[in-house]
Design a protein around this ligand. Structure first.
Ligand SMILES: [Fe+2]
Ligand SMILES: [Fe+2]
Length: 137
């Protein structure tokens, strides 16, 4: 099942960030497609590790670009929301590792909602930081 479909309105006007966002959406969709009772526990952890790794690299890039473009209005809240996802994934990994897993469907739903809310609240406003000449369509 495709969890999130890339839409042109997801573009933030910066090609590297758009490529990262597309990659994160791909990972989430793969994660969602692999859900099921017969899947080995290791696979679930591997998905979370991969998501954590890709998300943390993306956040570092996005935060550096925001700073370079003087994005300041709500940088701290934006940064904190990135950390919230990373902390939540870490917590999910610990829970799963110690035999206290949440429902995997609920986890993917939580991540999907985080993505949509984060984009609507923060990433969609990145457009305002980039000069028109830098925008890719
Ligand atoms: Fe962001
Ligand atoms: Fe982002």
């Amino acid at each position: 099942m495709m969890l999130i479909e890339w839409k042109p309105e997801f573009s933030v006007g910066e090609p590297m960030l758009d490529a990262d966002h597309r990659h994160l959406i791909e990972l989430l969709n793969r994660f969602s497609e692999d859900l099921g009772p017969t899947r080995p526990k290791a696979t679930f952890i591997e998905h979370l590790v991969q998501l954590y790794s890709s998300a943390s690299k993306h956040f570092a890039r996005e935060e550096a670009i925001m700073q370079a473009h003087g994005y300041s209005s709500d940088y701290v809240k934006h940064y904190a929301d990135h950390q919230r996802l990373l902390n939540e994934i870490t917590f999910m990994m610990f829970e799963h590792q110690y035999g206290l897993p949440k429902d995997e469907g609920a986890i993917t739903e939580w991540i999907k909602n985080w993505f949509h809310n984060h984009h609507a609240t923060y990433d969609a406003r990145l457009h305002l930081s980039f000069p028109k000449a830098d925008c890719a369509s």
